[in-house]
Every structure is written in structure tokens, then in C-alpha cells.
Design a protein around this ligand. Structure first.
Ligand code: SF4
Ligand code: SF4
Ligand code: FES
Length: 249
């Protein structure tokens, strides 16, 4: 979630920042750059400054710069964050920041990681919407106040940034674990009455590596930049799985 920002002091505006940036692949190393510390500067602005003025070959991702696309996530001072909405003054109290690629995904180069497995797991969790209507029919009406719609309400805002996945301890030691984002997606589909493959989605999230593997410690929820709680979504899937097993769903 966005935290309250404090106006920088004049001293901060004239100081330099020391920035340690991960360079290379898995066996790379940190390189240190010095850049001006400007007012209202985001961590993504700092990365861009380094790429433009110090290291043209620096690899990193971004698109929207306004917290919509989810592509700019990196590890900043050891914490996964969306860099376009993370102001430097919130993370660089001592004038120093460390920027690395997201964890739990292979590093391609510098700050760019390979998110293939993260997205493959959405498929493995049955996260693809299957509808019954054709384009020639009227769209299905969903009651905005129904319990199911309210269950899905927050989860559908996911921007696929991978921050929760990078923050999850279970993902780091269990390669089969589907992870918080894919399970959150499955939860939204299980509450979408238009989704016709619910039985298949529930089967997939009930298998090994599914919702039962979550340790419910909430690291995903703590770091999600838009306040989604995959922990609650996963708890919902566990309830559904149990009720289905008991034949009362
Ligand atoms: S609550 Fe579950 S999904 Fe979230 S970080 Fe913990 S183990 Fe991972
Ligand atoms: S649940 Fe939150 S942290 Fe995870 S991918 Fe979606 S927006 Fe990012
Ligand atoms: S660049 Fe799109 S969310 Fe940061």
C-alpha cells in the first residue's frame, strides 16, 4: 500500500544517492552508481537515470509508470516493491539503496527476471476463464452485490506484478507450489458464476502444490502493492475444497 510521503529537506534535495544495482545473471554482482537525489523521485526514476547516464545496457522492465501494468517490480533494499510507485525518500533514509531483480524467478539479466513459470502457474491453477456465451449473445449479468461477486471484488484488481510470488517463502522451497497470485486468480474464477470450468479449477487448486501448501503467514498480503490478500483467497479455496470433499458445496 502507498505510505504517507514526507517533504524532503533541502539537504536531501542537494545530496547524492548511492545505488547498488544487480548486474548480470544468477552469478552476477552489484555495481555501484552515484546519482542526484531529486524531489519526488521514484526508484524507477533512479533506475532510468542510471540507464540513461551511466549504463546504457542496463536491463529492466517498465511500461505504464503509474502503477497499472505491474511490470516494474524489483527488490528494493531486500523488499519486493513496484518501483514506479515507490518514492526514494521512503526507502533511502541514509542516501543508499540496493536494487535487485525479484526473487523466486530466474534472472535473465540485471533487473529483469524470467516470469514464465509465474504465468505458467496461472494455467496450472485453472486460471483461464471459460465462458458459455458466444459473441452473438447478450453478456451475462452479474449482480454486483451478490456474495460471490463481493468475494471476488478485491482479487480481480491484481496487476500480475509478481511481488507476492517473490515474497512467498513456500514458493522459494517448493517448486510445485502454484503461489499466491495464481491461487488468488483461481479464487476469483471460483466466485465468477460465468466461469463454466469451476470443477476443473477446483480440482487443480486441490492437488499437491495447490491451496493446501500455503502456510498462511501472509507475506504475500503484506507486500501486495494494491492491498490484495491472496492469503484470504487461498483460505477461501481451502474452505471450498473441504466443502466439496464433504459434498456440501
Ligand atoms: S500466505 Fe501462503 S501464499 Fe501468502 S506468502 Fe504465505 S505461504 Fe505464500
Ligand atoms: S496479488 Fe498483488 S502482489 Fe500478487 S501479483 Fe497481484 S497485484 Fe501483484
Ligand atoms: S511501470 Fe507499470 S506498474 Fe510500474
Amino acid at each position: 500500500m502507498q505510505e504517507a510521503l514526507q517533504k524532503p529537506t533541502e539537504t536531501e534535495e542537494t545530496r547524492n544517492l548511492r545505488v547498488d544495482v544487480w548486474r548480470g545473471g544468477k552469478d552476477g554482482a552489484f555495481a555501484t552508481y552515484t546519482v542526484p537525489w531529486r524531489e519526488n523521485q521514484t526508484v524507477l526514476d533512479v533506475v532510468t537515470e542510471i540507464q540513461r547516464h551511466h549504463e546504457p545496457a542496463l536491463a529492466y522492465r517498465f511500461a505504464c509508470r503509474v502503477g497499472v501494468c505491474g511490470s516494474c517490480a524489483m527488490t528494493v533494499n531486500g523488499v519486493p516493491r513496484w518501483t514506479c510507485r515507490t518514492h526514494v525518500r521512503r526507502v533511502a533514509g541514509d542516501g543508499h539503496i540496493t536494487i535487485e531483480p525479484l526473487r523466486n524467478m530466474p534472472v535473465i539479466k540485471d533487473l529483469a527476471c524470467d516470469m514464465s513459470e509465474f504465468f505458467d502457474k496461472w494455467q496450472k491453477a485453472g486460471g483461464r476463464f471459460e465462458g458459455a456465451k458466444t459473441r452473438n449473445e447478450a453478456p451475462a449479468a452479474v449482480n454486483p452485490t451478490s456474495k460471490k461477486r463481493r468475494n471476488a471484488d478485491r482479487g480481480i484488481e491484481c496487476i500480475n506484478c509478481g511481488i507476492c510470488y517473490a515474497a512467498c517463502d513456500v514458493v522459494s522451497w517448493n517448486d510445485d507450489y502454484l503461489g499466491p497470485a495464481a491461487l488468488n486468480r483461481a479464487w476469483t474464477l471460483m466466485n465468477d458464476e460465468r466461469h463454466t470450468a469451476q470443477r476443473e479449477t477446483l480440482r487443480k487448486v486441490s492437488e499437491a502444490g495447490g491451496c493446501g501448501a500455503c502456510h498462511t503467514q501472509g507475506s504475500c498480503m503484506k507486500h501486495c502493492p494494491i492491498g490484495i490478500s491472496p492469503t484470504e483467497s487461498i483460505a477461501g479455496l481451502r474452505r471450498m475444497t473441504l466443502l466439496d470433499f464433504l459434498g456440501v458445496r
